[in-house]
Write a protein that binds this ligand. Structure first.
Ligand SMILES: *Cc1c(COP(=O)(O)O)cnc(C)c1O
Length: 377
């Protein structure tokens, strides 16, 4: 069976260095807010091209604490509207509702499944204050257009870069386009810790300062509390391990792009719609980190079963859109036709930096041998 994502193989490539880093932390006697975190924050900010990076406990907290910090800074207030893609992972929306802000769900672009400037513009109201852009599946949203629109309407832009570490347009990376960005280092993300971790990147020093305090009981200085904060910190162990993983992120991302291009060129099945075209170049694919390679099919469930039978494990990202979740029962009657259709068609093929060419070919052959029973030629 070709596993969807083999974390054990990914991490065992770096076993010696990870053990060495873990040992260094164990022997240091210092486990929270020390030199490893400081070094990782500096290195990840440099990687993204931002001035600041603040480590937090996970990706959800990165988003939640950024919005909270903007409230504390007086930039937004409860009830303000936040535009967010209707087809995102639920965490993006949890960060909004947790802060008493109002999510405005917007249908994505049909092809890229990301927000786009015209779609955002159509959803603007006098109460819109923030656009939460999600680089879904690792593909950078059209940030030049979105930033221009945000500037024209005086909106804050928060990037959800949880799936897009290292994706960039003309060298400007995810996490360095908006006013701030949230990253997740959940083990299965492209830059994955060996536990939970996350970070906020920004070029706004006041925001970085506020987020850091909010994640540390609302305190900049021990026993002095400016805010009613929470405990959300990135610990020394995860920071030390992430520093190792960060060194290999670009090599891993390159491999993901190669696999994506191999899929795009190798898969030729009219029952399967691909996320990129076969004539993409590696240069143009730099805007995509390929956290996931998501195809669409009218016969998604049959395709998934067929691939399972052929020894290929797949997943669905995501089976139920946020507005149809029990947690958001007041939206269950709302209709988002594109989002709903997409959720019924998407299937994520295995893509990971440790996949061999032979495994990639097995996946391609398996997809190509799927016969669409709806086909009536
Ligand atoms: C993973 C993810 C998150 C949440 O990150 P955690 O570290 O799991 O809290 C948020 N948004 C998106 C798009 C994600 O994929």
């Amino acid at each position: 069976m070709i596993p969807f994502l083999d974390l054990k193989s990914i991490n065992s490539q770096y076993r010696e260095e990870l053990v060495e880093a873990a040992t260094r932390v164990i022997d240091s006697g210092w486990y929270i807010q020390g030199t490893e975190l400081g070094a990782f924050e500096k290195e990840f900010a440099e990687y993204c091209g931002t001035e600041y990076c603040v480590g937090v406990a996970n990706g959800l907290d990165a988003l939640t604490l950024t919005l909270r910090a903007w409230k504390e800074m007086g930039k937004i207030k409860e009830g303000d509207e936040v535009i967010v893609p209707a087809n995102t992972y639920v965490a993006s929306i949890l960060a909004i509702t947790e802060n008493g802000l109002t999510p405005v769900l917007v249908e994505p672009d049909e092809l890229t499944l990301n927000l786009f400037a015209d779609g955002i513009e159509a959803a603007l109201s006098p109460r819109t204050r923030v656009v939460l852009v999600v680089h879904l599946y690792g593909r950078l949203a059209p940030m030049s257009d979105i930033m221009a629109l945000a500037k024209a309407h005086d909106l804050l832009v928060l990037e959800d870069s949880a799936q897009a570490h290292g994706a960039g347009i003309n060298g400007k990376k995810a996490g360095n386009w908006g006013n701030a960005s949230g990253f997740s280092f959940y083990p299965g993300k492209n830059l994955g810790a060996l536990g939970d971790a996350g970070a906020v990147t920004t070029n706004d020093g006041d925001l970085a300062h506020a987020v850091r305090a909010l994640g540390n009981y609302g305190s900049h200085k021990k026993y002095e509390n400016v805010y009613q904060g929470v405990n959300s910190r990135l610990d020394e162990m995860q920071a030390a391990l992430l520093r190792i993983k960060l060194r290999y992120l670009d090599v891993e991302t390159l491999r993901r792009r190669q696999i994506a291009l191999a899929y795009a060129q190798g898969i030729g099945n009219r029952a399967v719609q691909q996320p990129i075209s076969a004539d993409e170049t590696m240069e143009r694919l730099k805007c995509h980190a390929f956290h996931l390679y998501v195809v669409r099919s009218e016969q998604r469930n049959a395709l998934q079963q067929h691939l399972q039978n052929a020894g290929v494990q797949t997943m669905i990202h995501y089976p139920i859109p946020p507005h149809q979740q029990k947690a958001y029962a007041n939206w269950n009657q709302h209709r988002f036709p594109l989002t709903e259709a997409v959720h019924g068609k998407v299937l994520s093929l295995p893509i990971s930096p440790v996949m061999t060419d032979a495994e990639v070919n097995v996946v391609i052959e398996a997809v190509n041998s799927f016969v669409n029973s709806n086909c009536t030629i």
